[in-house]
Ligand binder design. Sequence first.
Ligand code: FES
Ligand code: FES
Length: 168
Amino acid sequence: MSESTFDAPAQEAPRLAIRLSVNGQERVLHVEANVTLADALREQAGTTSVHLGCEHGVCGACNVKLDGEVVRSCLTLAASCEGARIVTLEGLTDERATVLKTALNRCHGLQCGYCTPGVMVTGHDLLTRGVPMNEKDIRAALCGNVCRCTGYQGMVRAVAESLEELAT
Ligand code: FES
Ligand code: FES
């Protein structure tokens, strides 16, 4: 009897070795060509703050910084990140991150916390730019971070208060 397609042994897809920096540490990730940065970071770099919500680039839970720009890691192929500098929530350890984290807590800017790593990455980016922002600007900047719990008021207030605190 001939071997059917279903009986044939599955072929392993070839893996690529990608060298990149994750939160300041040089890492080599071994990934198939279609693996997302989000999955590679979660499964091989241990950065489980990278949350997966929609996996379609809508919710922002997977936001990370790639060479200084906020990107959706669910839409970024790990194989395209050779030599890149990635920063996740785990790598946000400076004063801005502390100020924002404290403000989110004080302003009740989180509830279940699922969206929070992405909000921290986006919010930290806003604080890094150091540009004065009014409430409308902050709302526009956070519009790519979907939260199913808090209603956004506390988040917006937290960013506004952080901007104020860091400006003084
Ligand atoms: S999981 Fe990436 S944008 Fe929602
Ligand atoms: S705090 Fe629950 S999704 Fe934002």
